[in-house]
Design a protein around this ligand. Sequence first.
Ligand code: NAP
Length: 252
Amino acid sequence: MSPNPFSLEGQCALVTGANVGLGQAIAVALAQAGADIASVSRRRADDTGQLVRAEGRRFHGVEADLGGGAKPEEIVAEAERALGRVDILVNNAGIIRRADAVDFTEEDWDAVIDVNLKAAFFLSQAAGKRMIARGRGKIINVASMLSFQGGVRVASYTASKSGMAGLTRLLANEWAAKGVNVNAIAPGYMTTDNTSALRADRKRNAEILGRIPAGRWGEPSDLGGAAVFLASRAADYVHGAILPVDGGWLAR
Ligand code: NAP
């Protein structure tokens, strides 16, 4: 075992939504720290595969629709067949739908809750069982500023991310004594496809930038350090924490 407590050498991480955006940046950071990577997304994750292999790590892409009947048990089993074990699970895949609360449809409610919350829980259950049997494992949920704040016009997203904060604490309570750490990262405003509409709206963009103490949008790579820390032995006594990586947004 490496004397470096932040090393992930010999570890295997399953990262959902690792083909683009924050998930890709997290996967690359974990690979740079030494982990092999399995990804789950609907579209292929060839770019991420290339980036991970360039770090000298193994990569396996699972194609599955987390909102449409994919079986979490089968996803974890496929990652295990490819890489041997899932030591680290990152529940990152997520979607957002926008409408006023009075007009919000059941379809937009269910779609977001299914991917952001239900899939994250049942993947945690499938991976967590195996981690408990081995007596160690790390689960990292990707939460949001809307795990702390209300937001507007994003009812199902706020419900899912606030729910994810609760789920992080519940799983930490149940699994901390079994050697499994469950924590979350709460990204602030980050430059990904998810936020391109906000950045294209000059007024909203200026309002958001004016409220971020760091004075800039976050880059996906800004999450790397937090992800490596929470996945590593350095975080063995960290349970149920929701770590903001937000340029100071919540401190404002
Ligand atoms: P993104 O660029 O839109 O990427 C979303 C990822 O989720 C993609 O990899 C996508 O895969 C995957 N995904 C979505 N629906 C899926 C489904 N049904 N089955 C399988 N995979 C699915 O978003 P992002 O900005 O990187 O966001 C990643 C996470 O961070 C999300 O949970 C988001 O809520 C959270 N977050 C983002 C920000 C931000 O400012 N960007 C801030 C706070 C929190 P496909 O391409 O195959 O659909």
